[in-house]
Design a protein around this ligand. Structure first.
Ligand SMILES: Nc1ncnc2c1ncn2[C@@H]1O[C@H](COP(=O)(O)OP(=O)(O)O)[C@@H](O)[C@H]1O
Ligand SMILES: [Mg+2]
Length: 310
């Protein structure tokens, strides 16, 4: 099995590595290579075959179908794992949009609602809502992007603390909600509910808002199966969802992923299962068959980038 763990393309210049993506800069353009790295507990826990291609191509699919709403950073997709993008000045705000009251982490909307919070990003929610219930309307619930960890601030706090101007905040909010509406609409046609997501925006050279990074991928978004939602919700059960947790849980049960210097290797059958699920998500989201890229991956990318006219 061919896996893209990392790249080191000297001909592209210095590399910057995010958790999942390797980024190079060429002629003021970014070369963003999505690898198969899988992160959890703030570290890489495994490499999942085809995951990089799935993320890159799912994003490309959505960028194409939302470019009438807001310009995005895509200049070209010269390889299944690569996007050549406009370099933008990143806004320090994660534009989170939620369509349903769900989640289990501290910052999740359901956790906060269950603890008594009723106002989310300026929207007041009624009493008596249940876990996984559809919200009266999607809410914009942004967090800050910070080195330490992201915080959920009210719009007023964000503006007062200088993260963003009022005008820009309003544009980000309106754009994120419009993107989410499009996302829910297209997802529904392929039997999915787009439950919640997070967008990143930048400013282009002309000062205009640009959608960057990734959009509506299985890593940035939660999806549920649409046909079983109503029955399961009525019965008090959990919706049918794209489950990636099992790999994370294996690590939690077999080592101390926050402390151990090295981690045990992930069980191959779990890695394969997760890989199959990413490919299945690609196929359901886009409604098209996944076209496995040619292998070996690394020389393929190198050759595609060497012949790309920057
Ligand atoms: N067009 C762009 N301009 C500037 N920065 C970008 C652009 N697109 C994505 N990025 C940034 O590149 C990085 C992508 O790599 P990734 O591995 O996802 O990083 P992270 O570990 O921060 O999630 C992110 O920090 C993202 O904000
Ligand atoms: Mg990222």
């Amino acid at each position: 099995m061919n896996i893209l763990t990392e790249t080191n393309f000297a001909f592209l210049g210095p590399r910057r590595a995010g958790k999942v993506r390797d980024i190079y800069e060429r002629n003021g353009k970014l070369v963003i290579i999505t690898t198969d790295r899988h992160s959890s507990f703030d570290r890489i826990i495994a490499h999942i075959p085809w995951k990089g291609q799935v993320l890159n191509q799912v994003s490309a699919w959505w960028f194409e179908r939302t470019k009438d709403i807001v310009p995005n950073h895509v200049l070209a997709v010269p390889d299944p794992n690569v996007t050549v993008a406009r370099k933008c000045t990143m806004l320090p705000v994660e534009a989170v949009v939620r369509g349903y009251l769900t989640g289990v982490t501290d910052t999740a909307a359901w956790t906060r609602y269950a603890a008594g919070e009723r106002t989310f990003g300026g929207t007041h929610l009624p009493e008596g809502m249940r876990k996984n219930q559809r919200l009266p309307q999607p809410i914009f619930d942004p967090t800050t992007k910070e080195a330490a960890h992201d915080r959920t601030l009210t719009p007023e706090q964000m503006i007062a603390e200088g993260f963003i101007t009022r005008d820009l905040f309003d544009r980000v909010k309106a754009t994120a909600l419009a993107l989410f509406a499009r996302g829910q609409d297209l997802a529904a046609r392929n039997g999915l509910i787009l439950v919640d997501t997070k967008y990143e925006f930048g400013l282009g050279a002309d000062g205009g808002l640009v959608l960057i990074d990734e959009i509506h991928t299985p890593d940035s978004s939660r999806y549920w199966q649409r046909d079983s939602y109503a029955d399961r919700f009525a019965a008090g059960g959990e919706p049918q969802y794209f489950d990636k947790e099992f790999l994370r849980l294996w690590f939690r049960d077999h080592c101390d992923p926050y402390r151990d210097a090295t981690l045990p290797p992930a069980p191959p059958e779990l890695v394969q299962e997760l890989s199959r699920r990413y490919v299945a998500m690609y196929e359901q989201i886009t409604g098209t068959k996944f076209a496995y890229g040619e292998t070996p991956i690394l020389p393929r990318i190198e050759s595609n980038l060497k012949s790309f006219a920057f």
